[in-house]
Design a protein around this ligand. Structure first.
Ligand SMILES: [Zn+2]
Length: 243
């Protein structure tokens, strides 16, 4: 069942529940994926703590945080979330997974841990993920797919490619695919194919008139995202710009 509101969109499968807590390109994105055992938080954009609390997500149920890449709109809320978990005295280990070489995430984590060397009530484990790796969180199997994503600065064009991953999350006979931010790269179709739900970025309004390099290396357009989404049984487009 799919429920789409202005910012919050949700999907209820047989075993997996997905809550897109917030998604807007250049502002923030965070997605909550849960089953009966626990939850995975995908990315922690600005306002993630506020959005988790206002959606009554059980913060004690966060089994792991998985990052797609290190851009500010996907990591900006991490410090606040960690601070809140420390304040409420979380005692379960928090497992964090991020693409190998993702300097933004690992430096936020290192700084946080450095601030509170003797007063952390919970342990943080950090794992750098390479493409095509499988790991388990809350009984869910998470498989990483390489995607192509570059940043951009107005006036400076397209920047270098950064470490970025899409994820396929499976539990029992159900699976969901999350593209993260990506250009139209070859592994996307593989990631999405036959998933019960695909959550695909569609930052650009349309492909028409857009530089080909931008569509291949930076972001998808709505028409491309829809074409890819149709390879799954159902799809939701996210990460749109304010139109
Ligand atoms: Zn990005």
């Amino acid at each position: 069942m799919k429920n789409e509101g202005e910012n919050i969109q949700s999907w209820q499968g047989k075993q997996i529940k997905v809550n897109i807590l917030y998604s807007r390109a250049g502002v923030a994105q965070h997605i909550w994926v849960s089953n009966d055992n626990g939850s995975i938080l995908i990315d922690t954009g600005d306002g993630v703590l506020r959005d988790l609390l206002s959606n009554k997500c059980d913060l004690n149920k966060i089994s792991g945080i998985v990052f797609t890449h290190g851009h500010f709109d996907h990591v900006g809320g991490l410090h606040s979330l960690l601070g809140f978990l420390r304040m409420i005295g979380r005692n379960q280990t928090l497992r964090i997974f991020a693409p190998k070489g993702c300097k933004e995430i690992f430096s936020i984590l290192n700084n946080f841990i450095k601030c509170y060397p003797n007063t952390m009530p919970f342990k943080i484990t950090r794992k750098e993920i390479q493409p095509q790796k499988v790991f388990q969180i809350a009984g869910m199997s998470v498989e990483s797919y390489p995607v192509v994503h570059c940043g951009g600065i107005k006036g400076s064009g397209i920047l270098d490619q950064i470490p970025a991953l899409g994820y396929r999350i499976s539990y029992k006979d159900e699976s969901i695919a999350i593209s993260g931010d990506t250009g139209n790269c070859p592994s996307l179709k593989e990631l999405v194919k036959d998933a019960d739900l695909a959550i695909i970025e569609a930052t650009l309004e349309k492909s028409e008139g857009v530089d080909k390099e931008l569509l291949e290396k930076v972001h998808l357009s709505e028409d491309l995202a829809k074409e890819i989404g149709k390879l799954a049984k159902d799809f939701i487009l996210v990460h749109r710009e304010r139109r």
